[in-house]
Design a protein. Structure first.
Length: 123
C-alpha cells in the first residue's frame, strides 16, 4: 500500500531542492523514466523535461517554497493534493494549485496533472 503523504512530501521536496544536481536525482528517484508532468503552462515527459519545468518555476519565483495545502487524499494508484508557493517564513501564498498524480505499485510517479488556482497577474 502506498503512503500517499510520503509521496507528496518527496514531490514537494523535489520542487524545493535548490541544487540542480540533487533536484535531478530526486526527479529520477521519484518519477518513472517515461513520467509526465502537465499543467496549464507546461506539458513535458521524461526526467529532463520534468527537471526543466521545476528549474523554470524556481527561476520565476526565487526564494519561495512549495508546501502542502490541505489534506492529501489517495486511492488505488491516484493521489490528489493542494499546494501553495510561499516565502520560507510563511505569509500569504503567491501561487496555489492542485495536483493529481498517477503512481506505480512502488509509489513512483507516472503522471502529474496540475491545476493552478491562484496565479500572480502577468504570470
Amino acid at each position: 500500500m502506498t503512503d500517499f503523504a510520503a509521496v507528496v512530501d518527496r514531490y514537494l521536496a523535489a520542487w524545493n531542492e535548490p541544487d540542480a544536481e540533487a533536484r535531478g536525482r530526486a526527479v529520477r528517484e521519484l518519477w518513472t523514466e517515461d513520467g509526465t508532468y502537465t499543467d496549464p503552462l507546461a506539458e513535458v515527459a521524461g526526467h529532463d523535461g520534468i527537471a526543466a519545468v521545476i528549474a523554470g518555476a524556481r527561476e520565476m519565483f526565487p526564494g519561495l517554497v512549495f508546501r502542502a495545502r490541505g489534506a492529501v487524499d489517495g486511492h488505488h494508484d491516484l493521489v490528489r493534493f493542494g499546494w501553495e508557493l510561499v516565502a520560507p517564513s510563511g505569509g500569504e501564498s503567491i501561487v496555489e494549485g492542485f495536483d493529481v498524480a498517477t503512481l506505480t505499485a512502488e509509489g513512483r510517479i507516472r503522471a502529474v496533472h496540475g491545476f493552478l488556482d491562484k496565479v500572480p497577474a502577468g504570470a
